[in-house]
Design a binder for this molecule. Structure first.
Ligand SMILES: Cc1cc2nc3c(=O)[nH]c(=O)nc-3n(C[C@H](O)[C@H](O)[C@H](O)COP(=O)(O)OP(=O)(O)OC[C@H]3O[C@@H](n4cnc5c(N)ncnc54)[C@H](O)[C@@H]3O)c2cc1C
Length: 528
């Protein structure tokens, strides 16, 4: 069995946003893969709506950010209403201005995201095999054998070196590997509706209506007067499966305002949400990503974004291992990094959800009377505002405890450290050269060594070879100011991974220390 030729290096199960992102990232790195989906074609439902800044940064490297911006709507603020009055505004745009090129929440439906990702995949010669379902999976020492049900109903076995389960909340890859999906359903039932409606909503911004027992969210959509409304169903309607949007209109009007004029509703759906996390994100040759690995309340628009970033995290590691440049131990860092992210996400979305939907009288009064005032006041404090932006936009996701994160002594507290996403800075890389946006310089298919206040190593980093780009920051007053703003020491070096996170951070650049990091932590180099 071990001698069987491999049909593909990575079998990607599921062509939702997570699977499409993974297939794209593998294609860009020249990794042979096969992406399948049991559905006949892409989803037509908007479902997830919010694209966060960190996802836009990844889209930018993939060449689809501009198109996403054209199709979507930038929500630069969130307005909180209680008792029919606006009580607080969270200015998303202003607070993220220095942190990301995309300091806003982009409102762009999941269907559009999937379309852009599908087009990007086709441009690279990739294609989803629709109507193809994974029905069985066996693991062997060097590969997995997957049984696929093909469009004509016949079955076919394929051998794949690795399997990525991007197959959603009911993941077959997770279930076949007997990985527990720990958690529970919430008692509440959500509804979502895509509507054409006029009312007192602040145009082009997120409008959040809090009332004693729940909330309604109004997301601005493309076009005039188009709003996605999400909320929880009134308790009396739970359990009914014959509901239409007309049934929920009285409750929406009751809490948001009688002045709402509905012209149409193009999509209405109800769904019960669960909060669950897989006990493991890897089992031998199989990985699980996206909704297959974690599901939670949609509060905060994090779900789709987290799956996209799971894929971005795993892709470069798989590419190094499949090409034989890194040892398989590098793949352990996927779960070590993304499982804690999912755990924190479940905790924060649970807390936020409990606050906005608790049936408890005290919580209702707290939410409508005090919380909005507290949020309004807190948002005036710069540090709190930045924390809010970093958390919601996902640019603050860090992997400090990862086996591939190493901060050497001497890096002062407050400076970027190993595991952090390297900050967005504008620097000169030659004394008389232009000021450049570092994110435009960082190609996410390579490693980058950013050298500050010292010379670059003469021989590069031999083990990384052509996978490495070296960027020497010029000794210049404007650079010093920019480095200080980002709290980057004037003498330091940062080895960045392809996904833009810091792998190794230190003060004095010693090539032997970098070489040791590359071989021991990344498992890259001779003898892998
Ligand atoms: C009604 C609704 C509203 C939502 N609203 C929001 C929101 O407002 N904000 C938010 O963040 N999230 C929202 N979500 C959640 C969001 O849609 C998910 O987080 C997102 O789709 C996860 O993407 P994914 O690619 O991981 O999984 P999915 O999108 O579920 O994709 C999984 C894919 O795998 C395929 N598949 C499954 N099993 C197999 C198999 N055995 N073989 C082959 N293919 C298989 C499926 O056909 C599917 O295409 C909503 C979900 C629903 C249902």
């Amino acid at each position: 069995m071990n001698d069987r030729p491999m049909d593909t290096d990575v079998l990607v199960v599921g062509a939702g946003p997570t699977g499409l992102m993974l297939a794209n990232q593998l294609a860009r790195r020249g990794v042979r893969h096969l992406i399948i989906d049991r559905h006949a074609g892409p989803t037509r439902q908007t479902r997830a709506l919010g694209v966060q800044a960190r996802t836009m940064e990844i889209y930018s490297r993939l060449g689809i950010a501009e198109r996403a911006l054209e199709l979507g709507k930038r929500a630069t603020g969130a307005n909180i209403w209680t008792g029919g009055r606006p009580k607080a505004r969270i200015p998303l745009g202003d607070i993220g201005r220095e942190l990301s090129p995309y300091p806003f929440l982009l409102i762009l439906g999941q269907d559009d995201n999937e379309r852009l990702l599908g087009e990007a995949l086709r441009r690279q010669g990739g294609e989803v095999h629709w109507h193809t379902e994974l029905i069985a999976l066996e693991q062997h020492a060097t590969h997995a054998i997957a049984t696929l049900k093909q469009p004509d109903g016949t079955r076919r076995e394929i051998a794949a070196a690795w399997v990525a389960g991007c197959d959603g909340a009911k993941s077959a890859v997770r279930e076949i590997n007997d990985i527990q999906f720990e958690g529970a359903p919430y008692e509440h039932v959500f509804f979502v509706a895509d509507t054409e409606v006029t009312g007192a909503m602040v145009p082009d911004e997120l409008n959040v209506y809090l009332w004693r027992d729940g909330f309604h969210l109004f997301f601005p959509m493309r076009g005039t007067d188009h709003w996605r409304i999400a909320g929880i169903l009134p308790a009396a309607m739970r359990g009914r499966n014959d509901l239409s949007f007309d049934d929920v209109v009285p409750s929406v009007r009751g809490e948001v305002g009688q002045a709402l004029q509905f012209k149409s509703c193009t999509w209405f759906s109800t769904y019960r949400i669960h909060h669950r996390r897989a006990a493991r994100f890897r089992s031998g040759r199989c990985f699980i990503l996206g909704d297959a690995a974690h599901i939670h309340s949609p509060v905060g628009a994090q779900g789709m974004n987290t799956g996209l970033q799971d894929a971005h995290n795993l892709a470069w590691k798989l590419a190094l291992v499949v090409s034989g440049r890194a040892g398989e131990a590098l793949l352990d860092s996927y779960a070590a990094e993304r499982l804690p992210v999912a755990t924190r996400l479940l905790e924060t979305t649970d807390r936020a959800f409990a606050l906005v939907v608790s049936d408890n009288w005290f919580a209702g009064v707290y939410r409508t009377l005090f919380a909005t005032r507290v949020v309004g006041l807190a948002m005036r404090a710069g540090k709190f505002r930045q924390l809010v932006f970093r958390t919601i936009s996902q640019v603050g996701i860090r992997y400090p405890g990862s086996p591939v994160s190493q901060t050497l002594s001497g890096i002062h507290a407050g400076a970027p450290r190993a595991g952090d996403r390297f900050p967005w800075v504008h620097l000169k890389f030659a004394a008389n050269g232009p000021v450049e946006d570092i994110f435009q310089r960082l190609d996410d298919t390579r490693f980058h060594l950013v050298v500050i206040g010292q010379a670059a190593p003469a021989g590069g980093v031999p083990a990384l070879g052509d996978l490495l780009r070296v960027h020497v920051v010029a000794d210049d007053a404007a650079n010093h100011r920019e480095l200080a703003r980002a709290r980057i020491p004037r003498r330091s070096f940062y080895l960045l991974r392809p996904d833009g996170h810091v792998g190794l951070a230190g003060v004095k650049l010693d090539p032997s220390v970098v070489a040791s990091y590359v071989s021991r932590r990344l498992h890259v180099g001779a003898g892998v």
